[in-house]
Structure formats: structure tokens, C-alpha cells
Design a protein around this ligand. Structure first.
Ligand code: ADP
Length: 186
């Protein structure tokens, strides 16, 4: 059995923590921890591109560059269809490379930007990976707290959002999010 825990993040929004592979999620939207070019990469980004098929790369190429080589600046988000995924949408966001306390604001901005796009598209369920916790080196416990605080802050602006899921790849990120949720969420 995949570990799953359910909390309540607000009057109408559940928080679900599960251990697993986000590419298999049946959420309306899954979030990709992308890079600024948005043309795929390693980690969860590569897994999402492989599972979504070549349409995703074409859709990413079609996203306008804000400056040469940058389609999505750090802390912002862009949305594309999900192509071969179960998820209808992929929301691409670019987390910060961890550089101590200065990285907290851009990481919080990722979560807020994704939820703003979700609200604009009437998305009911969204699944996040542990943004910046892979090669970008963010300490998991800190990232988990920032993610939950940021999500809670913007809930009021996303009335159609019924469920925020975190799909955590492996025991350690799952344990970190569980500990943060037990401390911060009822
Ligand atoms: P970043 O560059 O933002 O650090 P990574 O892809 O390196 O992104 O890692 C972000 C997190 O995603 C890590 O915790 C990693 O274990 C996790 N991850 C990797 N593959 C998957 C997957 N298929 N589903 C969910 N999470 C994944």
C-alpha cells in the first residue's frame, strides 16, 4: 500500500500527502519542477516529459521567451496541456537553487504562482512534487514548511481548489512533509 495521509488545509480544501510517482497522478494538474528553458531535464522534469510524450516538449517550445533562453523565470509558473498524462494540465515552475535563507522567497513564490494559475483555470485538484529538493539542494524540512505555509496563504483566492496533493518520491521527502503537516496543519 502506498502511504497516504489526509489533512484539512482550509474549510474547502484537503491536503493529501502521498508517496509515489507524480507522473501517474490523476490530479487535474501536476506541477513540474522545471528549469528556466522549459525544455526538459533530469529528475522529475525528465520523468514528466517522458510520460507526457513529445507533445509536451512542443508546447513548452511554444511558450514565449521572456529573455534569451528563459521561458519561465525562477519563482514563476507556466501552464501547458498534459498530453499523454492522466493529468489534463502540467504547471511548470522553476524553483531556486538553495542558497540559504535568501531562497525562501522564490520557493514560496513558486507555490503561489502555481496556485494562481490553477485558480485561473478552474482546477480542482493539483499535485506538487518536492520542488527544489533534488539537484537544487533545498533542505526538505524547510521546503516542506514553506510549501504548506504558501499554499495555505493563497487558498482564499482559489475557491474551486478542493485538493492540494504532494506526491513525494521516497521515504525521506514523505517523512519531511508529514512532519511539517503535523506541526502546521490540523
Ligand atoms: P529540482 O531541480 O527542483 O531540485 P528534481 O527533479 O531534481 O528538481 O527533484 C525534485 C524532487 O522531485 C526530488 O525530491 C525528487 O526526489 C523528486 N522526484 C523525482 N522524480 C519524481 C517523480 N517521478 N515523482 C515525484 N517526485 C519525483
Amino acid at each position: 500500500m502506498t502511504p497516504v495521509r489526509r489533512f484539512s488545509l482550509g474549510p474547502q480544501t484537503a491536503l493529501v500527502l502521498e508517496q509515489g510517482d507524480i507522473t501517474r497522478s490523476d490530479a487535474d494538474a501536476i506541477v513540474n519542477a522545471a528549469n528556466e528553458r522549459m525544455l526538459g531535464g533530469g529528475g522529475v522534469d525528465g520523468a514528466i516529459h517522458r510520460a507526457a510524450g513529445p507533445g509536451l516538449r512542443e508546447a513548452c517550445e511554444a511558450v514565449a521567451e521572456v529573455r534569451p533562453g528563459v521561458r519561465c523565470p525562477t519563482g514563476e509558473a507556466r501552464i501547458t496541456p498534459g498530453f499523454d498524462l492522466k493529468a489534463r494540465w502540467v504547471i511548470h515552475t522553476v524553483g531556486p537553487v538553495y542558497r540559504g535563507a535568501a531562497s525562501a522567497a522564490p520557493l514560496a513564490s513558486c507555490y503561489r504562482s502555481c496556485l494562481r494559475l490553477a485558480a485561473e483555470h478552474g482546477i480542482g485538484t493539483i499535485a506538487f512534487p518536492a520542488i527544489s529538493c533534488g539537484v537544487y539542494g533545498y533542505p526538505r524540512g524547510e521546503a516542506a514548511e514553506i510549501s504548506l505555509r504558501s499554499c495555505r496563504e493563497v487558498l482564499a483566492a482559489a475557491p474551486e481548489l478542493r485538493e492540494i496533493r504532494f506526491v513525494l518520491f521516497g521515504d525521506e521527502p514523505y517523512a519531511a512533509w508529514l512532519q511539517a503537516a503535523e506541526a502546521l496543519v490540523r
